[in-house]
Design a protein around this ligand. Structure first.
Ligand code: FAD
Length: 414
């Protein structure tokens, strides 16, 4: 495919890197440019709250591609550069160093950034957020010093950082307004299991309360909770969710509603402009609704689909959401999408932390999470996609293969 065209990718994260790789793999031989605000070439973020934060793996292991990959593939990297302006009428991106990049196709893969807490003391030294490798390296130095940490927010980042800090021997308190950590996604039954895992490892869980202020003379020394407790600490990690980085898209008059709104082929409202990864709110054919997923596998899978559609291949993104988390020696994978459900069914032994939890509504499985049980995500995905009405007892019975449930009681393709 001989081309004079220029394809620009803004965001040197996982989605952007996989898109660039795919453009070349599909034979595109025009100009491919990636613009990335961070100094590093694209890297994976999951290790930043786990093994890389704990200092167990070298820096080389976190990158999406080897050092020579981009030069070998003739992919131009503009690192440490922010795309500051976008004119979709003339097809031009402006960088913060004054460079203007004309594009024929544009992929916006700008990801997400931590939501800030606007409470007194938020700017004190030692109140930190975790998104980038630089954040992780700064936090690791604090773990090296030991002492006590308060984690604000019992979502995935907060729970993983609490686990890593305990593994490094810090005294850890986790604060969350819900009754259980991870409750927003997992609900109360499974959230309770995660609470117990953290308590077993010595985390002090302050649930059902929030943070009123951070206090200290120059650096943070104390956290004051809304129910009047005062916690001494050396460092605070805030993990209260992320916001999609949509400023560039808005500037280019690309339609945004939460994230950048894209169709099932990851096309935005502006012809020739695509979006993928954490920033994209994509119409999902299986759910018949828009979904924005803030997880690794979504960036990994959407980047290539966006690239193929930049080449006009007409592909659809319809993978079910999937994510994983590792806390202490407890690994899990979650497949599907459930915001409301009428019950949770367990297969296996939650007490031994080897089980699958299923979230159901009207007898159908919406999502499944395997904890300490492996090689079942394909079967869970097939079961969800079948929309079969399942029998709770058979679903709970480890002797009944999940595959058998797909047809057991009459799958409906509705
Ligand atoms: C600490 C941590 C742990 C995680 N662990 C897990 C996990 O265990 N499992 C899981 O499923 N997911 C995990 N995730 C989530 C996962 O890493 C994200 O879903 C994934 O990184 C999204 O990739 P992305 O390419 O869409 O965006 P990002 O990774 O956010 O990359 C976007 C890039 O674009 C750059 N950028 C933004 N705006 C501009 C601009 N205007 N100009 C130039 N560059 C710009 C940003 O600097 C950034 O480098 C974790 C995330 C974090 C932070």
């Amino acid at each position: 495919m001989t081309s004079e065209q220029t394809f620009v990718i803004v965001g040197a994260g996982l989605a952007g890197a996989k898109a660039a790789e795919t453009l070349r793999a599909e034979g595109f031989d025009g100009r491919v440019v990636i613009v990335g605000a961070e100094r590093e070439r694209p890297y994976e973020r999951p290790p930043l709250s786990k093994e890389y934060l704990r200092g167990e793996v070298e820096r080389d292991t976190i990158f999406v591609h080897g050092e020579g990959f981009y030069a070998d593939q003739d992919i131009e990297l503009h690192l440490g550069r922010t795309a500051a302006s976008l004119d979709t009428d003339i097809g031009q991106v402006g960088l913060d160093d004054g460079t203007r990049l004309r594009y024929d196709r544009l992929l916006i893969a700008t990801g997400a950034e931590p939501r800030r807490l606007s409470i007194p003391g938020e700017a004190l030294d030692g109140v930190v957020y975790l998104r980038s490798v630089a954040d992780a390296e700064a936090l690791r130095e604090r773990l090296d010093r030991g002492g006590s940490m308060v984690v604000v927010g019992g979502g995935w980042i907060g729970a993983e950082v609490a686990a890593s800090a305990r593994q490094r021997g810090l005294d850890v308190t986790l604060i969350d307004p819900h009754a259980f950590p991870l409750e927003r996604v997992l609900g109360t039954e499974v959230g309770a299991i995660y609470r117990d895992i953290h308590v077993d490892h010595g985390v002090r869980m302050l649930l059902g309360t929030g943070v009123q202020a951070f206090e200290g003379s120059a650096a943070v020394e104390r956290v004051r909770t809304i129910d009047g407790r005062v916690l001494d600490c050396d460092v605070v990690v805030v993990g209260v969710g992320v916001e999609p980085r949509t400023a560039l898209a808005l500037q280019g008059r690309v339609y945004v509603a939460d994230g950048i709104v894209v169709d099932e082929g990851l096309r935005t409202s502006v012809p020739g402009v695509f979006a993928a990864g954490d920033v994209a709110t994509a119409h999902h054919p299986f759910y018949s609704r828009p979904i924005r997923v803030e997880h690794w596998a979504n960036a990994l899978r959407q980047g290539p689909i966006a690239a193929r559609n930049m080449l006009g291949l007409g592909e659809t993104f319809d993978r079910l959401p999937y994510f994983y988390s590792d806390q202490y020696d407890v690994g899990m994978e979650y497949t599907g999408f459930a915001r409301t459900w009428d019950r949770v069914v367990f297969r296996g032994d939650p007490g031994r932390r080897e089980f699958i939890a299923f979230w159901l509504a009207n007898g159908r499985v919406l999502a499944g999470m395997n904890v300490g049980v492996w090689d079942v995500t394909d079967a869970i995905e097939t079961l969800i996609r079948s929309r079969a009405t399942v029998d709770d007892r058979r679903l709970a019975d480890p002797d009944v293969p999940l595959e058998d449930l797909v047809h057991a009681t009459g799958a409906s393709a509705a």
